[in-house]
Design a protein around this ligand. Structure first.
Ligand SMILES: Nc1nc2c(ncn2[C@@H]2O[C@H](COP(=O)(O)OP(=O)(O)OP(=O)(O)O)[C@@H](O)[C@H]2O)c(=O)[nH]1
Ligand SMILES: [Mg+2]
Ligand SMILES: [Zn+2]
Length: 406
């Protein structure tokens, strides 16, 4: 049974927040506990008391009457830090399944079914006794396939509204890599925005060339911003995606300026940054963990470590992000045209006429192959998982963190 509107905010309260709470009756006789919801909202709580689309969350809250909601703000090897208000992070004991080695073997939780930064958990108990009892369903998630021999997915961030794809206008700039990011964002239910950093050190021609190179890569309606990430006034261009209740994640290679952007948006040097190598603009993998940071703009920002490799999970729809190539494919004389030597090939004609960039076609093919390969490995894993049976007894694990550390 779903909780009523009156029950819901109560269940999200604890400790000081519960004591500070005031019940404010509303005209239709529902009640909202203002301060606590405000605190949760400052860390991205997406609902107000009348949101129509949260019945799955409400029923989980009703199933755990002693629990309250908290958001995963940091993820370390040793465990999770959650928060119920800005600046009030504490460690929680994981559900036993989340602490087990990841994989698809008997009884193990899929790596992307355990919490990541941005997820909302239900938590019971205070201080050292605080433990997670449930993961609230995700509204969106961005994932990739993890590096390594075996197929594994990795959650990059959960419950996000916007993905800022960050790229430096230096040696880091690579439209093919941005294309790859856009493919992963497409499946996430979040909106992509491309942020080109280091505009202050690039000349006007470089900025114009980058925009032109991206014109064929991005779908209509995707914004492309050029910023000086070190400059507060310049990064204010991102504010329109960072209002109250919103969560954005920064993705991009090391040295692109993700943490520099974070600090400028925040107004303080919260994240460590480091200069890039001069010869090839590569970063030094300065950020080593994902962190969700409430911003003065009202929304939240997730800073992430630079990604070396961006492999598709197999769930992406290449056709949806390569609509230009797909449209041409539909005009080829043969339905199964390989665009190699067949007569009446619209794709080759478009390349000859300059309408389609040969590199764009090459990326399309490469990504389509990769997605198909990953989809095959994913299907095999899921098959193996469904054939195996649940195994070993649970064992809890607690991260080594002091309450109220952040
Ligand atoms: N001039 C200028 N320098 C920038 C800009 N953005 C980033 N930088 C510099 O680029 C270097 C790398 O920036 P970081 O913010 O550490 O990069 P990152 O993306 O967080 O890198 P990782 O944490 O390693 O993934 C730092 O020296 C920044 O000062 C910019 O817009 N203009
Ligand atoms: Mg960083
Ligand atoms: Zn063709």
């Amino acid at each position: 049974m779903a909780a009523s509107l009156t029950e819901i905010p109560v269940a999200t309260l604890t400790g000081a927040a519960r004591r500070a709470a005031r019940i404010r009756p509303m005209s239709d006789s529902t009640a909202v506990i203002t301060p606590a919801v405000d605190a949760l909202r400052a860390i991205g709580w997406p609902f107000d008391a009348r949101s129509p689309d949260w019945s799955d969350w409400a029923s989980l809250l009703a199933a755990h009457p002693d629990a309250r909601a908290a958001r995963v703000v940091e993820q370390h090897r040793s465990g999770y830090i959650v928060a119920e208000a800005p600046g009030e992070g504490y460690g929680v004991e994981s559900l036993p399944d989340w602490a087990k080695p990841s994989g698809y073997r008997a009884g193990r939780t899929d790596p992307t079914e355990r919490p990541g930064v941005g997820d909302w958990l239900l938590v019971e108990g205070e201080g050292n006794a605080a433990k997670a009892v449930a993961l609230l369903p995700r509204r969106s998630a961005i994932k990739r396939a993890a590096a390594g021999e075996h197929y594994k997915q990795q959650l990059i961030a959960a419950n996000i509204d916007v993905v800022f794809v960050v790229s430096g206008l230096d040696g880091d700039f690579n439209p093919r890599r941005i294309e790859r990011y856009l493919l992963l964002v497409h499946g996430s239910s979040a909106r992509p925005v491309i942020v080109l950093t280091k505009a202050d050190v690039a000349d006007a021609a470089t900025v114009a060339e980058a925009r032109e190179a991206l014109a064929t890569v991005v779908e209509d309606g995707v914004d492309i911003l050029a910023v000086n990430a070190r400059d507060t006034a310049s990064v204010a261009q991102l504010d329109r995606w960072l209002g109250p209740g919103r969560t954005a994640v920064l993705v991009g290679s090391s040295g692109a300026g993700k943490s520099t952007l974070t600090n400028s948006l925040l107004g303080i040097e919260r994240m460590k940054t480091a200069s890039v190598r001069e010869n090839d603009s590569r970063g030094r993998h300065t950020t080593t963990y994902r962190a969700l940071i409430p911003l003065p703009q009202g929304g939240c920002l997730i800073d992430t470590p630079g990604m070396r490799e961006l492999k598709p999970t197999g769930e992406e729809a290449v056709a949806d992000t390569f609509t230009d190539v797909e449209a041409l494919t539909g005009e080829c004389r043969f339905r199964d045209c390989s665009h190699e030597a067949e007569p009446g090939c619209a794709v080759r004609a478009a390349i000859l006429s300059g309408e389609l960039d040969a590199q764009r076609l090459a990326s399309y093919r490469k990504l389509a192959d990769e997605v198909a390969g990953a989809a095959g490995r994913l299907a095999t894993r899921q098959q193996q998982k469904s054939e195996s049976r649940p195994g070993s007894p649970p064992s809890g694990r607690r991260p080594d963190t002091r309450p109220g550390r952040r």
